[in-house]
Design a protein around this ligand. Structure first.
Ligand code: DGP
Length: 113
């Protein structure tokens, strides 16, 4: 059985506040929100981070971004939103299953792009 927290969330072994799901993608509210809307969008297939993407598995990034566009709309983020992914410890990645932070519901500063 996988020891990955996000694999367990996707499998329903750890509870989460699901906001979206399809064949490829699962999206749920971050446990420690950094903005009024803070949703994690993750591919169902386990890959550690952007550093582990290749021509074989990069389709999952497109699937995640298609989901992000839908979720941003359903969350009412019409004024804009930010998408962040951390790749590796030095970037602040703490869960080693590729994920995109969808942040919105407040005016974002210009720091850190
Ligand atoms: P990162 O630092 O980019 O690896 O982000 C990991 C995020 O995952 C962090 O914002 C907190 C969130 N997180 C960690 N464990 C859980 C959990 O069990 N449930 C939920 N909903 N979020 C979690």
């Amino acid at each position: 059985m996988s020891e990955c927290i996000f694999c367990k969330i996707i499998a329903g072994e750890i509870p989460s506040q699901k906001v979206y799901e399809n064949e490829y993608v699962y999206a749920f509210r971050d446990i420690s929100p950094q903005a009024p809307v803070h949703i994690l969008v993750v591919p169902k297939e386990h890959v550690e981070s952007v550093a582990n993407l290749s021509a074989e598995n990069s389709y999952m990034v497109a699937k995640c971004f298609e989901a992000i566009a839908e979720v941003a709309k359903s969350e009412g983020l019409v004024e804009g939103f930010r998408v962040i992914t951390n790749s590796g410890k030095a970037a602040g990645q703490t869960v080693f299953h590729l994920h995109f932070h969808l942040l919105g519901g407040k005016i974002m500063g210009e720091s850190l792009i």
